[in-house]
Ligand binder design. Structure first.
Ligand SMILES: O=P(O)(O)O[C@@H]1C[C@H](O)[C@@H](CO)O1
Ligand SMILES: Nc1nc2[nH]cnc2c(=O)[nH]1
Length: 268
């Protein structure tokens, strides 16, 4: 069992910031930390026993500071199973957040749109998930310090929180969509036949992250909401090749709306 307490203590000792919220920033969404006030960055490489980020668009550091008046810690770079990390390492930050006393988490990602009413640039609130990677971070002895052996997953997100975000966003001219996110391991993008199968299964968007983080957060009792930035239409929907550069570019394009939504999630 990992010593999450030690990692949390180490992070808290490095700054005067006592975060109330944690943010996980998806591919190309790390720019958000530029808007933090009084920010302090701590590279993952400075933390003994912490995994390292290897993906373009994921800087590999924690940034602590103030955003929309709230003390936050952001992961500018997350861990994906396809990078070769153990599944338990992918969710290490969630248990570190728990040990830091954080009870609210905002997860973001870049995802491919399966639902044909979506378009690149849309911001979609995740309301349910499908685990088609068939990996689960809770496999192995249950860590009784944090949660039960069989966590309930009937409500993966905090709907009261989401409804407040949706209302405020709408009043500020931002219409959020809702959808079910399917997790696959990657790193190859999907084939058109796979996307048809996921569409048939009820998925609205597809990605390579988020689900292990949601499972771990449910396990240890951290309230969360999650947003996908639709960076491309999924394979086979348009007659177009998928490339990671486009994912990062679209995420950059929606900077303004995405930052506003995260800000609203901190305010409401
Ligand atoms: O970290 P996220 O889920 O935002 O990153 C997505 C999934 C892959 O890592 C990458 C593919 O372009 O973007
Ligand atoms: N698996 C997957 N992940 C993505 N991340 C951003 N776009 C995509 C996509 O089309 N498929």
């Amino acid at each position: 069992m990992k010593d999450y307490k030690k990692l949390a203590k180490h992070l808290l000792e490095r700054t005067n910031v006592k975060p109330e919220f944690a943010l996980i920033l998806g591919s190309g969404l790390g720019y958000l930390t530029k808007y933090f006030e009084d920010s302090h960055a701590i590279s993952y490489s400075e933390l003994e026993g912490f995994p390292q980020s290897t993906v373009e668009g994921h800087a590999g550091r924690f940034v602590l500071g103030k955003f929309h008046g709230k003390n936050v810690i952001a992961m500018d770079g997350r861990f994906h199973y396809y990078e070769g990390h153990e599944i338990k390492d992918v969710v290490t930050p969630i248990y570190v957040f728990k040990e830091m006393g954080i009870s609210r988490l905002i997860i973001t990602n870049a995802a491919g749109g399966i639902n044909r009413s979506f378009e690149p640039g849309d911001i979609v609130a995740i309301t349910d998930i499908i685990n088609f990677a068939f990996r689960n971070p809770l496999i192995g002895p249950n860590d009784e310090r944090y949660g039960v052996r069989f966590p309930d997953m009937s409500k993966t997100i905090d709907f009261d929180w989401l409804e407040k975000v949706e209302k405020t966003a709408e009043s500020r001219g931002i219409k959020l969509k809702r959808g079910t996110y399917v997790w696959v391991t990657g790193p190859s993008y999907e084939t058109p036949a796979e996307i048809k199968a996921y569409e048939f299964s009820g998925a609205d968007m597809v990605g390579m992250s988020t689900v292990p983080e949601i499972i771990a957060a449910r396990h240890c009792g951290i309230n969360l909401i999650a947003f996908s930035c639709i960076t491309n239409m999924a394979s086979g929907i348009l007659d177009k090749k998928l490339v990671h550069e486009e994912v990062v570019q679209t995420a950059q394009r929606v900077k303004s709306a995405f930052s506003k939504v995260v800000g609203i999630a901190l305010e409401v």
